[in-house]
Write a protein of this length. Sequence first.
Length: 149
Amino acid sequence: QMLEQYPGQVRVVFKHKPLSFHKKAKPAHAATEFAKQYGGNEAFWQMHDMITANPKKLDITDLRTYVQELELDLAKFDALMGSEAAINELLKTDMAEARKCNVRGTPTILINGLKLASRSEESYKKRIDAILAKTTKVAITDKNASGAN
């Protein structure tokens, strides 16, 4: 909604922060990054949407199905899912940024680096309008811990 209301002035940045107690979070987040790496931003958002539409279907076999639906390379996906080190490497930059921003839950919304306590449309607009009064570009970052909103 904010992209539509502020065309050319706002961008959405998605960052990963899988929480340790959610055992299926890392593979789910890695699947979205895999989709981006091999299919581009559109594939990332398609994978994101498949995962969030089916939050109870996050087993590797479910994620493989999504990879197949996106017509991505299953052998490369299987290699990624078979290596915790590769998954950690894929997510390490986002994880470091989440630690730096003191992200503890899902989703955490930051607008230009400041946490937004209220996630109402009105709160978004108020913060964005205040920032736009001072600058020309706004970044909304969703640091999502489980792949599901």
